[in-house]
Design a protein around this ligand. Sequence first.
Ligand SMILES: [Fe+2]
Ligand SMILES: [Fe+2]
Length: 369
Amino acid sequence: MAKQTKKSTTPRKPHFESPTDFDGANWNTMEDPYTQFFYEQNLSQFWRPEDISLQGDLNVWNMLSDDIKLAYARNLLVLTFLDTYQGDIGMPVVSRSLDDKQHQRKAVLNFMAAMENAVHAKSYSNIFMTYMTTNDINELFAWGEQNKNLQHIMSLIVGTYEVLDRYNYLRQYEPGHDHFSEEDFKEAQWKAMTASVFLETWLFYSGFYYPLYFYGQGKLMQAGEIINLILRDESIHGLYVGRLAQEIFEGFDTPKQEELKGWMFNLLHTLYREQAELVETIYDPVELAHDVKIFVRYNANKALMNLGFEPVYPNEEVNPVVLNGLNTETKTMDYFSMKGNGYQKMRSEALKDQDFFFDSTKSGGDGRD
Ligand SMILES: [Fe+2]
Ligand SMILES: [Fe+2]
């Protein structure tokens, strides 16, 4: 958190004072060598939750044991919580923290923000709505709200976003403040980006284990398609934010870098402990906790690499069924592939006046209890 004694080194002008305060995003000029590339990639990958019909999974789902169903649903619920806050605050706060004139970078982050909750979290809900009753869905969300490990994980990640959110506000609207320096601000920015990459490349990916485990065996394939689309998005999110984080990190002197590395490894180990317990809660009943934890460590190493650091966990053999899910040609582990072979883009048609007449007798839900 900010030290209270330092003077601000770069107090900003209040807005609205100078005629040059505002400018437009000029896409004719590259802001840096890579952001427009990420922009293109993000937009070419755009998809909607309703593009994938889930009905085809129901035969398999209905034959699964209750333990397996519960583990599958709880795992997707964890992903839901993470995606919700990554969309609600994570990506927006990182975008807000960028310099005013970095409009292209902000556009890319804002697009990513829109995908997290409106597309990814919504897709998990679509899976729940297809597989489960409303009562079971409500119980599932209540479980997440009560689970200590999940709540700790959320507070560790979202806590860094909230610190940066506060800095963003002070920097923008209280430019005469003397409570923190520019370096304090950069530190908060880097920490939020680091937490963001841990979430994108590590926590999300670890949650893809179980859907890929089924997908690799030819089961719950429609949900697996959704996971593959989400996985492809998260892969470029982690890469992009990791790249921004590395730029900031390079601006710190060596003692500060060492201090920040200490903070990062502390966060990593705390997150690992919380995840390990959460994995045991979810996967012990289906006897997969050991296997999932290997995948957790594998993804921790990937996140560190996205942030420009060496892996910390030793190489271990990841379940080949799950790795296959990541490596298939139609999928995204080459990071910049186009949509998978199984993907069909939604067809749209122009709206007509009669589209806005709704039959009130048909309202009242979808028939599930
Ligand atoms: Fe997401
Ligand atoms: Fe993401």
